[in-house]
Design a protein around this ligand. Structure first.
Ligand code: 5AD
Ligand code: SF4
Ligand code: FES
Length: 399
């Protein structure tokens, strides 16, 4: 087997993918080059910004790898007020980001579902439906997913973490809250509810093999996902999985493996959105930009208010915890220009794949109207003026 022979194929076996994931030197360069070409051909050298709002680090789950797991007593728990979330969303809108991502630890209960529903409606109202909202709020009932979709969310991120049920079990407590089958049911439900669906895995986990990772990529292909966020696993000292840190690949190898995962996925799914995960930057200061060069096309600048950033630590060395949204924006502009890419301001950057897979379906809800129809409605400057007016008049409730 050699990489140049594999690269000319249309589809790849598990063995071929695993082989590419182990490519080094000239073979690795060839893989990266091919992924870069395909990216330019299918999604261009544009980068879409999704302003990330980490609105609460309270979580009812206890994933064995995660720094904000329920039983970590060293976490300062916080939940942003609605006003703080809306201010962050306004920052994204005023700075011409096409989308925001609302992310939190996983919570159940009607109060939580209603809070998100109300936030979605307010964001939709002030932006006249022009700011796309992605949710990353874990496993929920189909009814909750449907309600959030109807309230204005159009994309959802739910990582499968590992598509190997045995490995999934090793990463999670063995109880009803942490079932692999539930994760699959939720991913199915998200598709049925009409979302652009994103998933992803952690790369370089203890016990994980190249074959597992190859099968993860095939899972994404077979599930026909629209978006992916995947990055290196980073051990956190206050988690049970830390015990196995001696089994891990060196961080720099986890980083390279993550780049290869992105590159191979771009070969397999040419028109999906692939995020350059923040965890890459925790290993290499230019990590996200390197990911853009080998196939990623989405970056999620953190726009959580600065004072809370340090408390949303899924892993150690999380970047940008001392910066604010403005700092990150300017920093990223310079970095992305250096990487030879262009930031697609004022564009939603919907997954092309999603448009392809749903083009023969009826629009699912108001927020699925074709973009052209919505954009003719008003110019951006009118919209921003309305935003300032409504900021003065719209009552906002704290949580
Ligand atoms: N290292 C890397 N990624 C992590 N996540 C959680 N903990 C870690 C960690 N220690 C990822 C999981 C989760 C997402 C929100 O963050 O994949 O789905
Ligand atoms: Fe909670 Fe998500 Fe962390 Fe699991 S990975 S403990 S669900 S925040
Ligand atoms: Fe946050 Fe550079 S991206 S400071």
């Amino acid at each position: 087997m050699n990489v140049s022979e594999i690269l000319i194929r249309e589809s790849f076996s598990v063995e071929e993918i695993a082989f590419m994931l182990q490519a080094e030197a000239g073979d690795k360069a060839m893989l990266f080059e091919k992924a870069a070409q395909l990216k330019e051909l299918h999604v261009q050298n544009k980068v879409y910004f999704r302003g990330l709002i980490e609105f609460s680090n309270c979580c009812s789950k206890n994933c064995l790898y995660c720094g904000i797991r329920r039983d970590n007593p060293y976490v300062n728990r916080y939940t942003l007020t609605d006003e703080e979330v809306l201010n962050a969303a306004r920052f994204a809108f005023e700075n011409r980001y096409g989308s925001v991502v609302l992310q939190s630890g996983e919570r159940g209960g009607d109060g939580y579902a209603k809070k998100i529903e109300s936030l979605l409606k307010k964001i939709s109202q002030f932006s006249q439906g022009r700011l796309r909202v992605t949710l990353s709020c874990g496993e929920q009932s189909f009814e909750t997913y449907r309600r959030w979709f109807e309230s204005g969310a159009s994309r959802y991120l739910l990582r499968i973490e590992s598509s190997n049920p045995e490995l999934y079990k090793k990463l999670h407590p063995d109880d009803e809250l942490h079932r692999f089958e539930t994760r699959l049911t939720c991913l199915d439900g998200l598709k049925k509810a009409g979302y652009q669906v994103g998933t992803g895995v952690m790369i370089g986990l203890p016990f994980q093999t190249y074959e597992d990772l190859a099968k993860d990529l095939q899972f994404m292909k077979h599930f026909d996902i629209d978006m992916v966020g995947m990055g290196p696993y980073l051990e956190h000292p206050h988690t049970p999985l830390y015990e196995f840190r001696d089994r891990l690949l060196p961080k720099i190898e986890r980083f390279q493996l993550s780049l290869k995962m992105i590159a191979v996925l771009r070969l397999m799914m040419k028109d999906i959105n692939i995020a350059a995960a923040t965890a890459l930057q925790a290993i290499d200061p230019m990590g996200r930009e390197k990911a853009l060069k080998v196939g990623a096309n989405v970056i999620m600048p953190n726009i959580t208010p600065g004072k809370f950033r340090n408390d949303y630590k899924l892993y150690e060395n999380k970047p940008c915890t001392d910066e604010n949204a403005d700092d990150c924006q300017h920093c990223l502009e310079a970095r992305i220009a250096l990487a030879g890419h262009e930031i697609a301001y004022d564009e939603w950057g919907d997954s092309r794949h999603y448009r392809g897979r749903t083009k023969n379906q009826e629009p699912r809800a108001k927020n699925q109207e074709p973009r052209a129809k919505r954009q003719e409605a008003r110019t951006r400057s009118q919209c921003l003026k309305d935003l300032h007016d409504s900021a003065l008049t719209t009552p906002e409730t704290g949580s």
